[in-house]
Ligand binder design. Structure first.
Ligand SMILES: Nc1ncnc2c1ncn2[C@@H]1O[C@H](COP(=O)(O)OP(=O)(O)OP(=O)(O)O)[C@@H](O)[C@H]1O
Ligand SMILES: [Mg+2]
Length: 503
């Protein structure tokens, strides 16, 4: 008997059949990875399971421990022992850790919340997930990895038997991934089943006992980890053989377009602290310059400051095309020919309720409007071009960006900045949350841009991506640029050594 069975699940949205007859069977106490390209239906399937899409809004059958179940709400699913941690974190920033864990299920005695009891219980759960912090810390003070652990503590506090994690490690550091892996292994030994969504194959193979692949809203296969491999899963996902992951083509770097000398940036709140202690580098026309480093090394602060989007004070010399540049705002940066694809599409990249076409043309209204009047045809033409080039999966150009799958939202962000026709394109984790097939399309597109003379500055935490795509690699460590490497001499080891402050 399976801990969970989902049979023939079909779910439609206006104009999109997100799931057509999906089957998923999960054993008790196993980690079951759910893999598939962006838009394959993974998150939708999990939203059906967790009651977010209540029974009646889909067809098919859910069985828990062999018993048929219908969930009218999230609370219903939680009562059956099912909890989900969503792709985008959902904690309340203004509340404490403890309040968040017990939000909606506070211990109450005669109508009064028992705060002592709540905080004691919260401390216990934090202990269980290995987060050594006081439960009265506000969530706003926590990093993404720590918030993830709070989400897990919250899920466990509901006596979860089936825990769903939707891309839990997209934004985690190595050591946080390590902690998470430890917790999942422990849960497995306690008989909890985990459904684990990830685009990172090494992680899937390290953690999962079995793997189900979805493609275009259908179940393609469920395989035992020991009877399959990385390449097979990837080709099942994309529906074809994918022999090469990084399309490397020879680049011909030209003159320097961006020169940065002794650049320093101060913390936006703590004005006496530097987030960038010293950075000097040159970026050339027609090359990809990678920036590697651990989370917190200051890479995002460096590029967002150069782009006029970081609030902390900055000093040092910046030259664009040989001339001194003073960039005080994003508008200045765009005017100077820069574009920034941010890592956080929800906060900085997209206006979720607005449609795909508007999001695409937003940063460059000048190109689709005259005298302040938007030319619809132009807007549609550009929108269509980027949807086609990036193979964005969307029902139409009028679809609200917020309803696209995570990876497809990222493609809209990329399209928006490509449209501004930049000479300097900065990409901060450009393929985070993007499936292998779509990654390949983005890499090809980067190569085409470079051929046209665009200079690309790419931050990436995925070392194979940095090594596979960059011409040169800068390594940052604690706010400092510590090393520059040619891709031919760089290895994962040399980069890690520099990034961790080794010599
Ligand atoms: N609320 C919604 N309204 C309309 N369409 C939706 C909605 N949610 C999802 N879809 C569509 O359903 C399909 C499946 O989306 P889903 O989010 O499940 O993909 P996913 O496998 O989780 O992808 P990713 O890896 O990018 O997160 C996509 O085509 C998506 O655009
Ligand atoms: Mg998803």
């Amino acid at each position: 008997m399976y801990a969970l069975e989902m049979n023939h699940i079909t779910k439609e949205f206006p104009g999109v059949k997100a799931l057509s007859g999906v089957n998923l069977k999960v054993r008790q106490g196993e980690i079951h990875a759910l893999c598939g390209e962006n838009g394959a239906g993974k998150s939708t399937l999990m939203k059906v399971l967790s009651g977010l899409y209540p029974s009646g809004t889909y067809t098919g059958e859910i069985k828990v421990d062999g018993e048929p179940k219908t969930f009218a709400s999230i609370t219903d699913a939680e009562r059956a022992g099912i909890a989900i941690i969503h792709q985008e974190l959902a904690l309340v920033k203004e509340m404490t850790i403890g309040e968040n864990i017990f939000l909606g299920s506070e211990p109450v005695k005669r109508g009064v919340i028992q705060w002592d009891q709540l905080y004691r219980a919260a401390a216990d759960w934090l202990e269980r997930v290995g987060l050594h912090m006081s439960p009265d810390t506000p969530i706003g003070n926590l990093g993404i990895g720590q918030q993830q652990l709070v989400e897990i503590a919250k899920a466990l506090s509901k006596h979860t038997r089936i825990l769903i994690l939707d891309e839990p490690t997209a934004a985690l550091t190595e050591s946080e991934v390590e902690i998470l892996a430890g917790i999942l292994n422990q849960l497995r030994s306690q008989g909890v089943s985990c459904i684990y969504i990830s685009h990172k194959m090494p992680e899937v193979f390290r953690l999962a006992d079995s793997i189900t692949v979805l493609r275009d809203g259908q179940t393609i296969a469920t395989l035992d980890r020991n009877e399959t491999n990385d390449d097979q899963i990837v080709s099942l996902m994309v529906g074809r053989e994918l022999t090469e992951r990084y399309p490397r083509v020879p680049h011909r770097p030209g003159e320097v377009v961006l020169e940065v000398n002794h650049y320093r940036v101060w913390h936006k709140e703590k004005a006496d602290q530097k987030v960038i202690r010293d950075a000097s580098f040159q970026l050339r026309r027609g090359e990809i310059l990678g920036i590697a480093g651990l989370m917190g090394a200051g890479r995002t602060e460096l590029v967002s400051s150069l782009f006029g989007a970081y609030e902390g004070r900055a000093e040092g010399e910046v030259r664009i095309n040989g001339k001194p540049a003073r960039i005080r705002s994003v508008a200045d940066a765009i005017a100077a020919g820069m574009a920034l694809v941010t890592e956080d599409r929800k906060r900085q990249g997209l206006v979720l309720p607005m449609d795909v076409k508007t999001n695409t043309t937003m940063a460059t209204m000048g190109r689709v409007s005259r005298f302040g009047i938007i030319n619809d045809n132009e807007e549609i033409r550009w929108g269509e071009q980027y949807v086609r080039e990036l193979k964005t999966k969307t029902a139409s150009l009028e679809t609200p960006a917020g309803t696209l799958s995570g990876g497809n939202q990222q493609k809209v962000v990329i399209g928006k900045w490509l449209m501004s026709n930049p000479t300097i394109l900065i990409m901060d984790e450009p393929t985070r949350g993007i499936d292998v097939g779509a990654k390949y399309e983005i890499y090809n597109l980067m190569n085409r841009l470079v051929e046209q003379g665009v200079a690309i500055l790419m931050i990436s935490s995925e070392l194979p991506e940095v090594l596979g795509m960059s011409d040169r690699i800068l390594v940052m460590c604690e706010g400092q640029l510590v090393q520059e490497l040619d891709y031919r001499e760089a290895t994962q080891e040399t980069i890690m050594l520099a990034a961790t402050g080794g010599k």
